[in-house]
Design a protein around this ligand. Structure first.
Ligand code: TRH
Length: 352
């Protein structure tokens, strides 16, 4: 089924909005779908997608959607970005009506399973008569799953780590492990470095707060670091595959670290009402279900401490070998689940 999709994205801050929308557009195009991505600030695509815009995708100015002469078969509103009223009015006038889907934020909290697939009929306003459906990504069978390209695992299996690292000019010394760091400003960076220092480490810092903070920190003896430029989305994946430990943040890099199946630590976007603490606990509870307490305890401790929600004192980071085994079994479990685009296509078919 070849459909026309209108995906709307508003960049609020950081790169998650555009990162997820772009990945969604690419995933749909890979499955033969046609996508118009309406976005208010596409500037990050210059580094996220330096290879250019693939066939079947158009990237368009958000404002132009007001004058669009047609509406696709499916309209995706990412993260409740509120479509322009003029576009909604065109949606309401279209015969048959387009399927209208709100793609929500990723969480492992219980409300996700309860809310996934719910419908909100529009009783008034320009969209009167339309139905908006809520689509929640997630980690369990009763959610919408996670974005994963069809060939992802096959590309991982043939990835040449040494070749990729050499091409980036990244050279680890013998015995040194590689750690990627993509983070929000985090006062715990010195404590993290202390904990990492037990093993010689080359820290690869992504642009942003880590690169800003590191030059003024006194590094423990066994830690070296180097800044990375913004990588394309594909090369950011390669970085995650190449590293022995990945510190990731937000939403999309967090998902990509799970596909990478390497040890990881997640930093959540801190919210003033503390909502991120519940979100973290919900994920840890699910992720660590059935994990031996000797691994689960230190992992939980490390993740909480990195998020400012637990103490660094007496914390011994778990062995990477054990973290890796856990990461692989979690990845294998996730791959049993239909990916987000497969589920989205099914959802659209069901609701036709
Ligand atoms: O940038 P983020 O912090 O975005 C976040 C999340 O969307 C979060 O849910 C939201 O509440 C908050 O913003 C406001 O982290 P995230 O989601 O990992 O997005 C980063 C994107 O950037 C992702 O698609 C990966 C991509 N990326 C690259 O392509 N190259 C790079 O070099 C780096 C560092 C990232």
């Amino acid at each position: 089924m070849e459909l026309r999709w209108d995906v709307f994205c508003r960049v609020i801050d950081n790169f998650g909005d555009i990162g997820v929308s772009w990945r969604l557009a690419r995933n749909l195009a890979l499955r033969g779908q046609h996508v118009r991505l309406w976005i208010d600030d596409a500037s990050a695509l210059r580094w996220m997608a330096p290879e250019g815009i693939p066939a079947r995708i158009e990237v368009l100015e958000w404002q132009q959607s007001v004058h669009a002469s047609s509406v696709g078969d499916v309209v995706i509103e990412t993260f409740g970005c509120e479509l322009p009223e003029a576009f909604i009015a065109r949606m309401a006038a279209r015969q048959p009506a387009p399927r209208w889907i709100n793609l929500e934020y990723l969480s492992a909290e219980p409300y996700v399973e309860r809310s996934h697939g719910l419908t909100s009929p529009q009783f008034s306003g320009p969209g009167q008569g339309l139905k908006k459906r809520f689509f929640y990504p997630g980690f369990t069978a009763r959610t919408g799953g996670l974005l994963r390209e069809p060939g992802l695992l096959a590309s991982q299996a043939t990835f040449d780590r040494e070749h990729w690292l050499a091409a980036q000019g990244i050279e680890a010394q013998p015995g040194e492990r590689l750690v990627s760091l993509f983070a929000y400003p985090n006062p715990s960076l010195p404590q993290l470095l202390e904990k990492l220092a037990a093993t010689p480490t080359l820290l690869l810092a992504c642009p942003g707060s880590a690169q800003d903070a590191l030059p003024s920190l006194k590094l423990p003896e066994f830690i070296r670091w180097r800044p990375l430029p913004y990588l394309s989305q594909d090369d950011y994946d390669h970085l995650l595959w190449a590293c022995d430990l990945n510190l990731v943040r937000g939403e999309d890099s967090f998902v990509r670290a799970q596909w990478a199946a390497q040890p990881m630590v997640w930093q959540l976007y801190p919210q003033s009402d503390g909502a991120h603490a519940h979100k973290l606990d919900a994920f840890l509870d699910l992720w660590l279900t059935g994990t031996a307490p000797e691994l689960a305890g230190p992992l939980r401790g490390l993740w909480k401490a990195w998020n400012g929600l637990g103490s660094w004192a007496d914390l011994t980071p778990p062995e990477l070998r054990r973290m890796r085994a856990h990461a692989k079994s979690w990845r294998d479990r996730l791959t049993q689940q239909a990916d987000l685009c497969e589920q989205l296509l099914g959802f659209v078919r069901e609701n036709s």
